[in-house]
Design a protein around this ligand. Structure first.
Ligand SMILES: NC(=O)C1=CN([C@@H]2O[C@H](COP(=O)(O)OP(=O)(O)OC[C@H]3O[C@@H](n4cnc5c(N)ncnc54)[C@H](O)[C@@H]3O)[C@@H](O)[C@H]2O)[C@@H](O)CC1
Ligand SMILES: Nc1ncnc2c1ncn2[C@@H]1O[C@H](COP(=O)(O)OP(=O)(O)O)[C@@H](O)[C@H]1O
Ligand SMILES: [K+]
Length: 495
């Protein structure tokens, strides 16, 4: 799914109004009606509502919503700012408010009118926010954030900007955000996403023509995208059809990392899996991943990486950071020309020997967590800036960078970014990254392109963690549970 920037979101509204055609007031009615349906379904039957409505079209949505809730016999109050002119459609909806709905001026608002059962609806600002929020809304937002009531924001929490670049210092903290038609970039970054709560995208019938034609560089890796990538496993086949995956790493004390990578590699469907590791991992490898072949790579640390003909390589879990390991990596890179995956220690080795990067085959995949990325390319003040730097570095070095995060960003050297929406905080544990390495390497072996392997692999990883929660909690989830759930992911895909 495409992610539009603020100008494109506006353009999409205007295009829809002109070409569908539809009156803007009816588009607003659709947004309000979808929001009303959502609230009727998701709020408790005994809940009442207070809707804070700004003076623009987001406020207009809120005013239309108040009328619809009242028509559904729900108790509702609205709070508006009479001190400022309303937009044309907001005025129309203000005039349509039935007499039974109390209207309170924002400067008279006190928290006393809010009961425990009141759901707060935030329709103060949407995508039109253009500066810091002034009074009376600053006081109101501070009060809202101090209350423990459920807060539902329309389109996005007031005070945040869709692209994350013009946020007000004060903003609403929502439990749920009802976003109209699209995901917004701000939902996916930790600094701002934390204020958006659960995201629900409501279909408001915007122009399909505009959406098909608009050129964007950011996407959500949703189910539809992943189903386009997934190739079902043909029955008339043999192991030679599914490639050779080689995972390399596992120094003394870190052998678990490479075993996790190897085990999941086999689970994801590689025809042959090789674990290239030091001798100290040998017997554990035989016991824990008997399906994999063991490739001797040193005694207690990686000393040399054997070349396996036609093998697709994932290098890094528990690789070690010694000079011997670095030399082994350098020698391997000098002789290898197909895209590989580099993770963990293998990436950290580049931080002190940046010139190594020039030996990495074009179109390879790097999978750093934020600290590894900062070590490699320099620190960034926040995740938005880190993403911009990743785009620059991906293009410069012709590499794909998987920026691992709650919503991992797959940054392609072509300039496109895919945000992942699977996964949960159960993955915030040692071992999770090793599993991701094994998954992507297995996909590379099965001839998915590096772009497909990165997007699909990150999605599988998160989806397996989500499905594994059925028998575990976020606290108890282990990397091994994620591996055991991979089968459920493919069953989900082939349904
Ligand atoms: N017809 C349409 O285009 C549709 C628009 N929709 C809604 O319209 C919203 C966008 O509406 P608008 O463009 O009117 O924008 P907003 O409603 O987000 O806010 C703009 C208004 O707030 C003022 N304002 C902006 N920043 C401010 C600040 N920091 N302090 C004080 N006042 C500030 C502006 O001067 C303007 O009056 C969307 O987010 C969505 O909720 C939906 O109804 C769907 C259809
Ligand atoms: N809170 C979270 N929500 C979703 N995914 C997460 C979360 N925390 C970690 N992850 C995922 O888990 C993996 C962790 O990788 P990494 O930090 O390299 O772990 P390790 O090297 O310890 O195995 C990444 O894929 C990351 O996106
Ligand atoms: K809002």
């Amino acid at each position: 799914m495409k992610i539009l920037n603020v100008n494109q979101l506006r353009e999409c509204d205007q295009f829809t109004i002109k070409n569908k055609p539809i009156f803007s007031i009816n588009l607003m009615e659709k947004a309000a009606s979808e929001s009303c349906q959502w609230l009727l379904k998701n709020a408790n039957p005994s809940d009442d509502f207070i809707i804070f409505c700004g003076n623009g079209n987001n406020g207009g949505d809120g005013l239309a919503l108040a009328r619809l809730l009242a028509q559904n016999n729900r108790k509702v109050k609205v709070v508006v700012n009479y001190g400022k002119k309303f937009s044309k459609d907001a005025v129309t909806n203000l005039q349509r408010i039935p007499e039974t709905v109390p209207i309170i001026d924002a400067s008279d608002f006190t928290r006393g009118i809010i009961r425990n059962s009141t759901v707060i609806v935030d329709a103060i600002f949407g995508i039109g926010l253009n500066k810091n929020i002034g009074q009376p809304w600053e006081n109101v937002i501070t009060e809202i954030n101090n209350l423990s009531n459920r807060v539902v924001s329309l389109d996005l929490p007031s005070g945040l900007s869709p692209d994350g670049d013009k946020d007000s210092s004060i903003h609403v903290k929502a439990n749920d955000t009802l976003s109209f038609h699209f995901y917004k970039k701000t939902f996916f970054h930790s600094e701002t996403g934390i204020n958006c709560g659960r995201i629900h995208v409501l279909d408001v019938d915007l122009s399909a023509t505009y959406i098909n034609e608009v050129v964007v560089s950011s996407f959500v890796a949703d189910d539809a995208e992943v189903k386009r990538i997934y190739k079902a496993r043909p029955e008339f086949s043999h192991k030679g059809h599914f490639g050779k995956a080689v995972v390399v790493g596992g120094s003394y004390g870190k052998t678990g990392a490479i075993l996790l990578a190897g085990r999941v590699c086999a689970r994801v469907g590689a025809g042959l899996t090789f674990i290239s590791a030091p001798e100290c991992a040998y017997s554990a490898s035989l016991m824990q991943v008997p399906e994999a072949m063991f490739e001797f790579a040193g005694a207690r640390e990686i000393e040399a990486i054997n070349v396996i003909e036609d093998g697709e390589y994932g290098i890094g879990p528990g690789f070690g950071r010694t000079e011997t390991a670095r030399l082994a990596l350098e020698n391997f890179l000098r002789g290898h020309s197909r895209p590989i995956l580099l993770d963990a220690d293998a990436l950290t080795l580049f931080s002190s020997h940046f010139n190594l990067l020039s030996w990495v085959p074009k179109d390879s995949i790097l999978t750093p967590h934020p600290k590894e990325f900062d070590r490699l390319f320099g620190a960034s003040p926040n995740s938005f800036a880190r993403l911009e730097l990743a785009k620059e570095m991906a293009k410069k070095h012709q590499l794909n960078i998987v920026l691992k995060d709650h919503h991992t960003q797959i940054v392609l050297h072509t300039g496109e970014v895919y945000y992942n929406v699977t996964g949960n905080s159960g993955l915030a544990k040692g071992g999770s990254g090793d599993v991701l390495t094994g998954i992507i390497t297995s996909l590379l072996a099965q001839k998915y392109s590096p772009k497909e392997a990165a997007i699909f692999g990150v999605w599988i990883h998160g989806k397996a963690a989500d499905l594994a929660l059925k028998g575990q909690s976020k606290e108890s989830l282990l990397a091994s549970d994620v591996i055991e759930s991979v089968g459920k992911v493919f069953n989900y895909l082939s349904k």
